[in-house]
Design a protein around this ligand. Structure first.
Ligand code: GZL
Length: 270
């Protein structure tokens, strides 16, 4: 398994479940953390090919740039399973299946919450995007925009990446607040770690997160529940990190030659 990194609470949960589920099935798991760098994932996949593993699984940090190394895995007759995030490829035969959330629907759920709960007059929104070029960042933005499209009172006045981390989320929110301060009515963060960083920035700017600035986020990690209980976050759209059980079952099926659907969506709510 080539993991993206340990950038967020969500990622840490996905990693621990993956390891536990392999252990529980007596699967020999080789695991590499890429510190959110694509070249490290490619190196890890090449080392797995050299070790002649049975199956390669990975969570692609960004959607493009995988065809070359996946062709090497295909040439080595090693099946590849995508987890968590999807890729763009000219040759879908380069992977067996993709197990992960429907990020566009997660973005729509965030937009629907906004329309149902923040009404009346102009609503100025700032957006903290996930990692540039990653499927969740692209799709959570698309789904959210789809829902607010045509509703002129809902305006995204600033949108920038916080790379899914607390530190960057706080830093970018500080810049948003410096530029637009109390014009900001809503924050839409593509994950809870950035939202939690932004909540600190909102408080340091003397505003009340959850009331002056409504906070809409995604993942539903423990920190999000703590923020919601404290009244500092209004909603978190669940993104289920427990892909491990399905991944390990499907890895065994793939080794046994059982065909798989191209896409397996994880179950999750709000
Ligand atoms: C979503 C996952 C995202 C999480 C972030 O499935 O790829 O990456 O939403 C994580 O917390 O960094």
């Amino acid at each position: 398994f080539s993991q993206i990194g340990s950038e967020s609470g969500w990622r840490a949960a996905e990693t621990s479940v993956t390891k536990a589920e392999a252990e529980a099935r007596g699967i020999d798991l080789k695991f590499a953390d890429a510190q959110q760098k694509q070249e490290n994932q490619i190196k890890a996949i090449r080392s797995y090919i050299a070790q002649k593993v049975d199956v390669i699984a990975f969570a692609p940090v960004v959607t493009t740039g995988w065809d070359t190394v996946l062709k090497e895995a295909k040439a080595a007759k090693i099946p590849v399973i995508l987890t968590d995030r999807s890729i763009e490829t000219s040759d879908p035969s380069l992977y067996v299946t993709m197990i992960g959330s429907d990020f566009t629907e997660e973005g729509r759920k965030a937009g629907r919450w906004l329309l149902d709960n923040v009404k009346g007059g102009t609503v100025n929104i700032v957006e903290l995007q996930g990692t540039v070029g990653s499927a969740p960042a692209i799709e959570r933005k698309k789904g959210f925009e789809e829902v607010i499209a045509g509703k002129a009172e809902y305006k995204v006045i600033r949108s920038q990446t916080g790379d899914f981390t607390r530190a960057k989320g706080k830093e970018v929110m500080e810049a948003f607040l410096k530029a637009d301060g109390n014009k900001i009515n809503v924050l839409y963060a593509h994950n809870d770690d950035m939202a939690i960083g932004a909540i600190q920035a909102i408080e340091e700017a003397g505003m009340k997160p959850g009331t002056d600035v409504k906070v809409i986020s995604v993942d539903a990690v423990k920190g999000a529940f703590e923020a919601m209980i404290a009244g500092k976050m209004n909603v978190s759209v669940e993104c289920n990190p427990q892909l491990g059980p399905q991944l390990m079952e499907i890895a065994k099926e793939v080794v046994a030659g059982k065909p798989q659907p191209k896409r397996i969506n994880t179950k999750e709510s709000v």
